[in-house]
Design a protein around this ligand. Structure first.
Ligand SMILES: *Cc1c(COP(=O)(O)O)cnc(C)c1O
Length: 372
């Protein structure tokens, strides 16, 4: 407590570090894949898909170009029709509702709760006779209350497609985020908890027919024999990225555990700061993987500028706007809880390159800010 840790620059995410920390291993993987000339839909993709499916305990994991495409294909495979309303939390990346819109769906934004996740009561209020899907987003590495969401889906006969882009390995009441709905998409964008060196994603499902559809959709509508069965996309996970991901998956649990340690340090060191509302602490119902550490802060913009002056990077998620606040999208919902949140939310550095000492240093600077 009395010791002042030495000053240091802490970027929000160190993109170059993502490569250099694993340079030797990565070069070995590049050489191996490149000398085999194995670029598209080869063994490394098949292996990664099998290992990811095993990790998640699902029947099918299908590598795709990115999570956004994954959601589009999941909606298609789940039988979305033009005019179907899709309920989603406005505190998400625009990619989630965009996927529904590209399938002719009507995205219906709803508010989030104090945990920054979709509010089940708001979902229930938004149901109309045209509602067909709920798109919960397991934001920041914490699972939504999937018992409540599933109960609403059962009652109104709605289909759940999960945006699990930020939640690989998160659990609610012991069950993994991404395994509740008909299908879920994960993202391997570099800054995600399991990140590749470019774009990548996966769709998972336990439904054989849905899996068959997605395997065809991602590859020009072609079946295993190469016959075109439908209009498809080109959205395959590159074999080289799959090889990198397969390698990283082996140490993924250690990466998650590091993030949980960093979160525990922020929690312990910032709990006494009345000007902050900290993210929920993992409890008996939640195993959180801390994709992000998103706080609510009084004088948020001043705090952010102060940290920036010390070369500590922070980010306001989604460029500072919830989806319904983007006027160009024509969404007219009034979402007071989300509006309040976006005036206060801020993400602190949270990734495997942030050390425990860094986290203590950042917390000490934040305490200083509010004491002065
Ligand atoms: C990153 C992200 C996406 C999009 O993932 P891509 O792989 O970049 O398409 C979608 N939803 C959420 C919540 C995300 O964080």
């Amino acid at each position: 407590m009395n010791t002042t840790p030495a000053a240091r620059a802490i970027p929000f995410f160190n993109y170059r570090g993502a490569f250099s920390s694993m340079e030797e291993e990565l070069v070995t993987i590049f050489r191996d894949v490149l000398t085999r000339g194995a670029f598209i839909q080869q063994k490394d993709l098949v292996d990664f898909e099998a290992n990811l499916a095993r990790y998640l305990g699902v029947r099918h994991a299908i590598g795709v170009g990115n999570a956004t495409d994954g959601l589009v294909m999941a909606f298609r495979a789940a039988g979305i029709r033009a005019g179907d309303e899709v309920i989603f939390p406005s505190h998400t990346m625009v990619a989630s509702p965009a996927a529904a819109a590209h399938c002719g769906g009507i995205p219906v934004p709803v508010d989030c709760g104090p945990d920054h996740l979709i509010d089940p009561a708001a979902v229930e209020r938004a149901v109309t006779p045209r509602t067909r899907f709920i798109l919960p987003v397991h934001l920041n590495g914490r699972s939504c209350d999937m018992d409540a969401i599933s109960a609403i889906a059962d009652r109104f006969k709605l289909t759940i497609v999960e945006d699990a882009a930020q939640a690989l390995g998160a659990r609610f009441r012991g069950r993994l985020a991404g395994t509740w709905g008909v299908a879920a998409a994960y993202s391997f964008y570099p800054a995600k908890t399991l990140g590749c060196l470019g774009d990548g994603g996966a769709v998972v499902t336990n439904d054989d027919a849905v899996a068959d559809q997605i395997r065809m959709l991602r590859d020009h509508g072609r079946d295993a024999a190469g016959d075109v069965q439908m209009w498809g996309f080109n959205s395959r996970l590159d074999n080289l990225q799959a090889a990198i991901l397969d390698h990283q998956l082996r140490s993924y649990d250690a990466a998650v555990s590091h993030r949980r340690n960093i979160a525990a340090i922020y929690q312990a060191e910032l709990a006494g700061v009345a000007a902050l509302h900290l993210p929920p602490v993992p409890d008996a119902d939640h195993f959180d993987i801390f994709q992000n550490y998103e706080v609510e802060a009084d004088r948020r913009d001043d705090l952010r500028a102060f940290l920036q002056s010390l070369s500590i990077g922070t980010v306001i998620q989604w460029g500072g706007k919830a989806v319904h606040q983007h006027g160009g999208l024509g969404l007219t919902a009034s979402l007071p809880a989300t509006d309040r949140l976006f005036a206060r939310c801020l993400m602190l550095p949270m990734n495997v390159m942030v050390t425990e000492d860094d986290a203590r240093y950042i917390a000490a600077r934040i305490r200083e800010f509010y004491q002065s």
